[in-house]
Write a protein that binds this ligand. Structure first.
Ligand code: CDP
Length: 219
């Protein structure tokens, strides 16, 4: 059977992971959340007090780190870290960590290997441009900053984190800026990606748009 590869990119809170998970279920694909991988390495650096300019220690850490997805959960060195990687301290540091070339190189290699061996839907910032430039289906999800912040705020409140809406706006605006302005593989729509603005749309509506677009690519 022909390989299926779906790339979904976009800024924080655009709905990528919710949509990608649902598409994975509908099309029986493996869902890979590349943001979770950058978050996991950020967690490891923070737990080991590694400064982001300390290239030697980062290299050693990367050589001694194992990141795996098992049944929808992410494991860092055999420990499930699904909840820890969503903590505010990770949000505050993940974009700086993700801009480090050695970290990107390592994780991109890992992501490509997973996609070589599986039919995947992968979401992130550079999937359509860098990780899987030959993906047959590429989407770039976006939404207004107000709506993206609102979605993220509700998620955090549901998880019991004390935060306020204005802080969330600030945090995702800062992350978008770092992600879009970094030299290596910045957040950017691949030329051949389909732009989907999810502002004012619910999950079912976005899924319908994506499924329809895939049908028309196939026909
Ligand atoms: O879920 P949310 O949109 O908040 O972010 P995420 O997908 O979990 O990604 C967290 C951070 O990882 C992003 O802000 C980027 O700095 C980085 N990232 C990246 O650089 N490249 C990717 N392919 C995925 C995430």
């Amino acid at each position: 059977m022909a390989k299926v590869t779906i790339a979904i990119d976009g800024p924080a809170g655009a709905g990528k992971s919710t949509i990608a998970k649902r598409i994975a279920e509908l099309k029986n694909l493996l869902y890979i959340d590349t943001g979770a991988m950058y978050r996991a390495i950020t967690l490891k650096l923070l737990n080991n007090n590694v400064a982001i300019h300390d290239k030697d220690r980062i290299k050693t850490i990367l050589e001694n780190t194992n990141i795996e997805f098992i049944e929808g959960s992410i494991f860092l060195d055999d420990i499930r870290v699904d909840d820890e990687i969503r903590e505010p301290r990770i949000n505050e540091n993940v974009s700086e960590v993700s801009a480090i070339p050695l970290i990107r190189e390592t994780l991109v290699g890992l992501q490509r290997k997973i996609a070589e061996n599986n039919n995947v839907v992968m979401d992130g910032r550079d999937i359509g441009t860098r990780v899987l430039p030959d993906a047959k289906y590429k989407f770039f999800l976006t939404a207004s900053i107000g709506e993206r912040a609102e979605r993220r705020y509700e998620e955090l409140v549901k998880k019991g984190y004390g935060c306020n809406y204005e802080e969330v706006v600030k945090e995702i605006t800062k992350r978008d800026k770092i992600d879009s302005e970094r030299v290596l593989d910045p957040l950017q729509k691949a030329e051949d990606a389909i732009l989907v603005d999810t502002t004012g749309k619910n999950i079912a509506e976005v899924i319908d748009i994506i499924m329809d677009e895939m049908k028309s690519i196939d026909s």
